[in-house]
Design a protein around this ligand. Structure first.
Ligand code: F6R
Length: 608
């Protein structure tokens, strides 16, 4: 959600912080601020509601002199509206801090420390700053330790103390932080994108450890009585900065849509051995596939919709129950999973807090957890029994595109391997399944190459307040993701319906010119879906129909037809996804909206 960066070293801190914040802006972006330790050791705080661009302009007016250490923050509001005062950093006496997460007991702490009259903002974060100031008697480690003992909730903090010039402290619980010691100084951030310009080597800040950044060294301390030193594993980033730039595309989303064929190759090919999926290099044993009696898939948003597609593929093939749950619901249920269950957690960021909580619940139930994750070393990856990394590279646009396709590819491969080890597939059948999966790569390329045609399709829906997506079976699972994509970046209210369900109420909303995006790629339900399309057409809907290249379609069935390249029915999700992503992209563009940073959203959802 919020983006965090801290720096201390020989370079000009304001430049590093502001550049870092621009790179982090996609995480959360309603306000931004920095705090700098100036030459006279005073800490200067500059913050502003709005985009990082506003802050840059404001800093030019407000800051004179140089600084070699500081902290910076982009905010995604939770407690308190979007105002300059609620923006971070927050100052309390000698303490200046930035925070990502939620302090659940901020109200109790306000009362306990009699802060009512001292607080300037409506944020839980300022309460943490005030409490830390009350606890601070010149020893940062001791004060931070006492603060942590008092806090309930999730957090990552970067902290400066006015009498500790040049030092930046940090601590986290759940919310992510990574750090790097580089020849250009020491850096810490909520996200690797802020560190990559300076270093490819980094470490994940361990939970409940205090980090102290000095210009040339980073110290990590256990939260014990003597603050013994810890030495987290140094990791290497597996992508370069180019991957996090637009590279000539007007938006990250369009670039990421185009990157899908390569992302699929990178995810699939290293796991192909003699024509079948092989997870030996990933350290995933066949026993977890062979011995489970059910599969429980858990995720949020787009990742959950990838899980719904996987369920529709897996259950009929494997003949075991496959359940998909929304993480934020699953974690409060009493789930029917046990040591015989394989839990598959799907997450691009590997940090989504509800998904993480569901994972921890699965562990408590004794289940084996296999995570499908994009971000290396993320919390979900580290806490799972096994990880199948997707290799999408960094996904910067808020709307997930390439992460969805590679999640699907990983899940299809898992399905194929499971079918093989459970005796549902012969080697030949597994080879043929994998060959079909590889065929989706050129199919996606062909679909993406038709973007100008899809731009024209999108122009027909941009003035509509509502849109409906319909499909049956797998096509319904694709519709769910299509509707999410459209609503999140075009703000057109979009709903997905199982095509046969529409007439049980929702068809009341279909009237003249309401766009209905109908997906009919599944042969075994094709004629049924076509009948449902006729029902909406008869009520005046403007029908955009997505069908396979060779499907026979009556001329008067749809207003617009999008033909997808011919792939096996089980695999049509890939070209369909590209088409639906492009419809959403061009609808957003046509409405002159902020495609990459839609309102109210953040890339990594680290609050519950
Ligand atoms: C939508 C989108 C979100 C995420 C969801 C889960 O385009 O990106 O719905 O899919 O927030 O995020 P991860 O995969 O990081 O757990």
């Amino acid at each position: 959600m919020c983006g965090i960066i801290g720096y201390t070293g020989p370079l000009e801190a304001s430049k590093i912080l502001l550049e870092g914040l621009s790179g982090l802006e996609y995480r959360g972006y309603d306000s931004a601020g920095i705090a700098l330790c100036m030459e006279d050791s005073q800490i200067r705080v500059v913050k502003k509601a709005g985009k990082v661009k506003n802050l840059e302009e404001y800093c030019r007016q407000q800051i004179s002199g140089t600084a070699h250490s500081g902290i910076g923050h982009t905010r995604w509001a939770t407690h308190g509206g979007v105002t300059d005062t609620n923006a971070h950093p927050h100052r309390a006496g000698k303490v200046v801090l930035i925070h990502n997460g939620i302090i659940e007991n901020y109200h109790a702490l306000t009362e306990k420390f009699h802060l009512e009259d001292k607080l300037l903002s409506q944020t839980d974060s300022e309460v943490a700053a005030q409490v830390l100031n009350c606890l601070y008697e010149g020893d940062p480690l001791a004060a931070i330790h006492k603060l942590i003992d008092l806090l309930d909730g999730s957090y990552s903090f970067c902290i400066m103390f006015e009498d500790q010039p040049g030092a930046v402290y940090a601590i986290r619980n759940v919310s992510p932080l990574v750090a790097a010691s580089t020849p250009s100084g020491s850096l810490i951030a909520s996200d690797l994108t802020a560190l990559i310009p300076y270093s490819r080597q980094y470490f994940v800040v361990p939970e409940q450890h205090i980090v102290k950044l000095t210009p040339y060294k980073i110290h990590v301390y256990h939260l014990d009585d003597t603050y013994t030193k810890a030495y987290p594993e140094i990791m290497t980033v597996n992508w370069n900065m180019d991957a996090a730039m637009k590279n000539g595309f007007p938006h990250f989303m369009l670039k990421e849509i185009h990157e899908q064929p390569d992302a699929l190759r990178n995810t699939i090919l290293p796991r192909v051995n003699k024509g079948i999926p092989d997870f030996g290099e990933d350290g995933i044993p066949d026993s977890i596939f062979k011995e489970c009696s059910q599969i429980q898939i858990i995720a949020c948003g787009t990742a959950m919709y990838a899980g719904m597609v996987a369920r529709a593929i897996m259950q009929p093939l494997l003949r075991i129950p496959v359940t998909v749950s929304i993480a934020s619901e699953f974690r409060y249920e009493e789930p029917l999973i046990d040591e015989k269950s394989l839990v598959i957690i799907i997450s691009q960021s590997g940090e989504t807090i509800d998904t993480l909580a569901a994972l921890r619940l699965a562990h408590r139930c004794g289940s084996t957890v296999l995570a499908v994750v994009n971000v290396k070393g993320s919390t979900i990856a580290r806490e799972s029994n096994y990880v199948l990394y997707t290799h999408a590279g960094p996904e910067i646009a808020v709307a997930s595109t390439k992460a969805y396709s590679v999640q699907l590819a990983a899940l299809y491969m898992i399905c194929c391997r499971m079918a093989l080890v459970r005796g549902k597939y012969t080697r030949e059948q597994a080879c043929s399944f994998l060959a079909d999966l590889l065929d989706v790569i050129p199919a996606m390329e062909t679909m993406i190459a038709q973007k100008e045609m899809i731009r024209d399709v999108a122009s027909h829906i941009i003035s509509s307040p509502d849109a409906f997506f319909i499909g049956r079976g797998l096509d319904y699972a694709f519709s769910l993701e299509g509707a999410l994509k459209l609503k999140e970046i075009s703000y057109i209210h979009s709903e997905a319906y199982a095509a046969g369900e529409l007439k049980h109420g929702t068809i009341a909303l279909i009237s003249d010119q309401v766009p209905v995006i109908a997906i009919a790629t599944q042969e075994h339900v094709y004629s049924k879906t076509i009948s449902n399309i006729r029902e909406v057409k008869a009520r005046g809907a403007f029908v955009i129909l997505l069908v396979k290249e060779n499907a026979v379609v009556d001329d008067n069935l749809a207003d617009i037809r999008i033909r997808i390249p011919d792939v096996d029915d089980h695999f049509t999700v890939f070209p369909i996804a590209a088409a639906l992503q492009l419809i959403a992209y061009y609808a957003s563009l046509g409405k002159h909206l902020d495609v990459d940073q839609p309102r109210n959203l953040a890339k990594s959802v680290t609050v519950e």
